[in-house]
Design a protein around this ligand. Structure first.
Ligand SMILES: Nc1ncnc2c1ncn2[C@@H]1O[C@H](COP(=O)(O)OP(=O)(O)O)[C@@H](O)[C@H]1O
Ligand SMILES: [Mg+2]
Length: 302
């Protein structure tokens, strides 16, 4: 409803992982290049971790979108709370394979044949598992076994596990030692820095069609404080602020309006607001660390 008022052709702060809106901040670029490198170099496992709302799904979608879909085939599992048969069936279906038999061995044989065919044609296959912190131990073991599908020279399928920091904890469990040894690349993303907030907001507005300075500096500062730099919360505040500003017929959004939105959304009550003392830029930038595949348990770099 506010789009024409602000000269926008699309919604600038929708909560969707749309690669068109990706703002390439330094940590975004690093994580993206880790994912893209992992896919193109056929590394075993790649892990992407970050807090809720920091941009993991958007990064995964953006990484896949940078490849030719006729050369790099992908299956994107967004709900890993499936039993193993449903899980395999979902992957097959996403790759466009019709399962001939709904048995684990039958589907694995079919998947293997299809992957070999892709390999022969010089094509790649990627399985992305989002929200991977929800995977059960059994599923993680089954997923590890998928990387046994290989030729003498390379893996037939690239697997990306993406999830919240609990995933990182889960992967340190002793029973996942074998899987952990196969993690070739690890990317981490964090909340954005206060100095990045205005670029983030301005770029999303630009993609949506407006180069107007709708959010002045003091409004951006208020948004950053309330969101702690979590992009999803920045989006939520900005979206509500645009609606309210439209109702009030304001072309520029004053900081008090942001404070009103933050109160209305109860963001000043959220636990992360009370517990975190982190006000500045991320304490460490997502340095995708190249993991030694044979690194022993407990020896990972963090
Ligand atoms: N680097 C970024 N550039 C633009 N928008 C981003 C970026 N990171 C996150 N977002 C936005 O924040 C919201 C949450 O991102 P999402 O990828 O769903 O987070 P996660 O999967 O980590 O919970 C989405 O609307 C997304 O577009
Ligand atoms: Mg997500």
């Amino acid at each position: 409803m506010y789009k024409s008022f602000f000269h926008l052709h699309s919604t600038p702060f929708a909560d969707s992982p749309d690669p068109r809106f990706l703002v390439r901040m330094p940590q975004t670029r690093e994580a993206l290049s880790t994912l893209e490198y992992g896919i193109s170099a056929h590394k075993g496992f790649i892990v992407l971790t970050g807090e809720v709302g920091t941009g993991k799904t958007t990064l995964l979608r953006s990484a896949l979108a940078s490849f030719d879909p006729g050369r790099v085939f992908s299956s994107f599992v967004f709900n890993p709370r499936l039993d193993i048969l449903d899980f395999l069936e979902f992957i097959l279906a996403d790759f466009g394979i019709v399962p001939q038999a709904r048995t684990k061995s039958g589907m694995l044989i079919q998947l293997n044949r299809w992957l070999i065919e892709r390999f022969r044609c010089g094509e790649s296959s990627v399985i992305v598992i989002d929200e991977a912190q929800n995977l059960s131990w059994d599923q993680l073991e089954e997923i590890r076994l998928l990387t046994n599908l290989e030729t003498p020279t390379r893996k037939l399928v690239q697997i990306i596990l993406s999830g919240q920091p609990e995933l990182e904890e889960k992967l340190t469990a002793p029973n996942l030692r074998q899987l952990r040894q196969r993690i070739a690349l690890w990317a981490r993303i964090h909340a954005i820095a206060d100095t990045e907030a205005s670029t983030y907001i301005a770029q999303r507005l630009l993609v949506a069609g407006s180069s107007d300075r709708i959010f002045p500096d003091d409004a951006v500062a208020a948004i950053f404080r309330a969101s702690r730099g979590i992009p999803r919360i920045i989006n939520l505040i900005c979206e509500q602020a645009l609606i309210l500003a439209y109702v009030e017929q304001l072309h520029q959004i004053p900081a008090p309006l942001i404070l009103a939105v933050v109160r209305d959304l109860n963001l000043d009550q959220l636990p992360f607001m009370a517990s975190s003392s982190h006000t500045g830029p991320p304490t460490s930038v997502a340095l995708p660390s190249l993991k030694h595949p044979q690194r022993e348990e407990g020896g990972e770099e963090r």
